[in-house]
Write a protein that binds this ligand. Structure first.
Ligand SMILES: C[S@@+](CC[C@H](N)C(=O)[O-])C[C@H]1O[C@@H](n2cnc3c(N)ncnc32)[C@H](O)[C@@H]1O
Length: 207
């Protein structure tokens, strides 16, 4: 029997590794492993969604502020962790009260307007503070369901690794590490040949 379009779509939905997989709710293990000691530290979580990862950061002793553009997500996050401050806002245009150089750590996904996003991170961090950027890898966005190239890596529709690093460096941050982690799918073992996640750590220089 030939598969119907609906069947095929359902199959693709279930089996295709996505860069969003890297952003599933909760603190990814690769991020947790790279966190500094957080007790009493001021942490800004950008793109906090419904607060699963934010709750984990608070559980590690941090004083966390979460930011998300979605009002519904922020409402759900407040319900989940009432002790944490959640702000509805754009990570590409941080509210002024978060731009006072008081955070020890910013944990963020990649913004859509790279220069404004990077400037916001720098203005939020205290001198000596650090940012951890974790997101799906843009190469994964360019592949089809059989992991062959479908789109150009250089389309304007998405960021590239080079553009992200350049935006952060030009904003004044010092990149300490940049890791590209393999995509993972239990159903498609060959996805481990493809970059699936981007993990970058950078510092705001002292004074
Ligand atoms: C995959 S979810 C994050 C989940 C979170 N990492 C967690 O573990 O709980 C991505 C979130 O980024 C938010 N987001 C996307 N673009 C944004 C923007 N420009 N400003 C603020 N939030 C944004 C979305 O609303 C969504 O809640």
């Amino acid at each position: 029997m030939e598969p119907t379009d609906d069947n095929r779509r359902m199959w693709d939905e279930v089996h295709r590794p996505r860069s969003d997989d890297a952003l599933a709710a909760g603190l990814p293990q690769v991020v947790e492993e790279r966190l500094p000691e957080l007790t009493g530290k001021h942490v800004l979580h950008l793109g906090c969604g419904t607060g699963e990862a934010t709750a984990e950061l608070a559980g590690l002793g941090a004083l966390v502020t979460g930011v998300d553009v979605s009002a519904e997500s922020v409402a759900a996050a407040r319900e989940r962790v009432p002790a944490v401050a959640f702000v509805q806002g754009e990570i590409n245009q941080l509210p002024v009260e978060l731009r006072r150089a008081r955070f020890d750590l910013v944990y963020t996904r990649v913004g859509d307007q790279l220069d404004a996003w990077a400037a916001g991170i720098v203005s939020a961090l205290r001198p000596g503070g650090e940012v951890i950027v974790h997101d799906g890898h843009p190469v994964l966005e360019c592949l089809d369901d059989t992991l062959h190239w479908r789109d150009s890596y250089f389309d304007e529709g998405h960021w590239t690794v080079g553009l992200v690093v350049t935006a952060l460096v030009e904003a004044g941050l010092v990149v300490r590490s940049l890791e590209e982690l393999p995509a993972d799918s239990q159903l498609l073992p060959q996805t481990r040949r493809v970059p699936g996640e981007l993990l970058l750590v950078a510092d705001k220089p002292q004074g």
